[in-house]
Design a protein around this ligand. Structure first.
Ligand code: ADP
Ligand code: MG
Length: 434
């Protein structure tokens, strides 16, 4: 409810629960040059699929959390919603109105603000902080009711804001360099709220702050939310922070949202294997070091230029579904999947292995021996028959340089629904689609 609305005609109706922001099939791809890392990861000259088809609503008055590992596309979602970046595809509606492809975004820009992670770089170091807070008022020609002297009204507004975030008006003439990180973030908050927005994207707002100050800033954000009826999109890689402040949480992986749930439910009953892995990877004080030596999120995040087919998490997932009729332990299936991934990426050092064998024996080692050595190196679990034989056959083809035949031989028997089909359910995982 806007505080400027005369209350006589528009009795305050509670619009909580209605969508303020609706995001549909939003995509943001970046066409950029190819880095060496991308070439190594096999992405070629494909665009970076930073955000690759996400849909969600943010309801009035709520805080929606967006969580996921670094690089999964969280900031790009925030910036694309706010049109700081233009979307490649998809739509965003604000308060029921679709944002036009082109056209006037002035009203939207007043109403939708962003607070960045790094308070040091988001404020101009050569500008007194009072001026930084006043700047949006000037850009948008506030006050809009035309009453009083604009300069005085702005002066009062800045004073009111700076005190509301816990600082003093005597500090308005100082420069950013004279403040601590926590104080600067408070100034950033004052600036973001200057135009009395409805919606604020908070992009890792406490990640750059000392732990001791994080809670104070989070509390301030929570107080301001109820006081000014704000709607937040809260972006963070830190599940502890997310849990503290969010009503609902969306989990992102490689440009997609894999699961959305009310905050408590996500923590007590995570559904997607990625969500589970994220939760397990949070350091917990009650766990002994030795119990934590298994990293649930082991393995590299694939390149967003060349994401895996089917379910994007399948290359790291501890719960990949074996094909129908193949009765196999998850650990064994995982080992076979790893060999297949290496074959697909041609990431098996055949020549090194052959040379090492040649040094210990007379003459060229045969393919069978090379394959046996590769098997010992690559498979560290006891595979049952006939899987053991099949994987050895695959590696024998690799030793003969026939990578495609090796890949095909293993694909025929081990291809999983996780690899062939993109999951589409509310929880984006084939385990929940039956
Ligand atoms: P997060 O905020 O989750 O850490 P980002 O949204 O910043 O992730 O980035 C998602 C992906 O998009 C990353 O692979 C990142 O390198 C890439 N990316 C972000 N911004 C750009 C850009 N301006 N140009 C090219 N790639 C970008
Ligand atoms: Mg980010």
């Amino acid at each position: 409810m806007s505080r400027d609305t005369p209350s006589v005609e528009t009795a305050p109706t509670d619009r909580h629960g209605e969508a303020l922001v609706s995001v549909r099939d939003l995509e943001k791809h970046y066409d950029t040059g190819v880095s060496l890392l991308d070439r190594l990861l096999g992405g070629g000259s494909n665009p970076v699929r930073a955000v690759d088809g996400v849909s969600f609503d943010i309801n009035r008055g709520e805080t929606l959390g967006l969580v996921g590992e670094s690089g999964c596309g969280k900031s790009t979602v925030g910036q694309t919603i706010l049109r700081l970046e233009s979307p490649t595809a998809g739509s965003v509606s604000f308060d029921g109105d679709p944002l036009a492809e082109r056209g006037d975004l002035t009203g939207f820009r007043r109403n939708a603000q962003i607070l960045f992670q790094d308070p040091f770089s988001s404020l101009d170091p050569r500008m007194p902080v009072g001026e930084s807070v006043r700047q949006p008022l000037e850009i948008h020609d506030w006050p809009w009711d035309g009453q009083g002297n604009p300069a005085e009204r702005r002066h009062e507004r800045v004073a009111e804001l700076i005190e509301r975030v816990g600082l003093s008006t005597t500090q308005l003439d100082r420069y950013p360099g004279e403040f601590s990180g926590g104080q600067l973030q408070r100034i950033g908050i004052a600036r973001a709220l200057a135009l009395d927005p409805d919606f604020v994207v908070l992009d890792e707002p406490t990640s750059a702050l000392d732990v001791s100050v994080q809670a104070q800033v989070l509390n301030l954000l929570a107080d301001l939310q109820s006081e000014f009826d704000l709607t937040y999109l809260f972006i963070s890689h830190d599940l502890g922070v997310i849990r503290y402040i969010c009503d609902r949480i969306a989990v992102m992986y490689l440009g997609e949202i894999v699961e959305t749930a009310p905050a408590e439910q996500l923590f007590t009953d995570p559904r997607h294997p990625y969500t589970e892995a994220l939760l397990e990877s949070v350091p917990r004080v009650d766990l002994q070091e030795r119990e934590r030596d298994i990293d649930p999120l082991a393995g590299d995040v694939p390149s967003p230029r060349n994401p895996p087919s089917g379910c994007r998490f399948r290359t790291r997932c501890p719960a990949v579904i074996p094909p129908d009729g193949l009765d196999i332990e998850q650990e064994s299936f995982r080992a076979i999947t790893d060999v297949r991934d290496r074959i697909a990426d041609r990431e098996i050092a055949v020549e090194t292995t052959r040379d090492a064998l040649a040094e210990t024996t007379e003459g060229e080692p045969g393919e069978e021996r090379v394959a046996a050595r590769l098997y010992d190196r690559l498979v560290d679990v006891e595979l049952p028959e006939p899987e053991r034989r099949r994987v050895q056959e695959g590696l024998q083809a690799v030793a003969a340089g026939e990578w495609d035949r090796a890949a095909e031989h293993l694909r025929e028997r081990y291809e999983s629904v996780c690899e062939t089909d993109h999951p589409t359910g509310q929880v984006s995982c084939h385990l929940f689609e039956q």
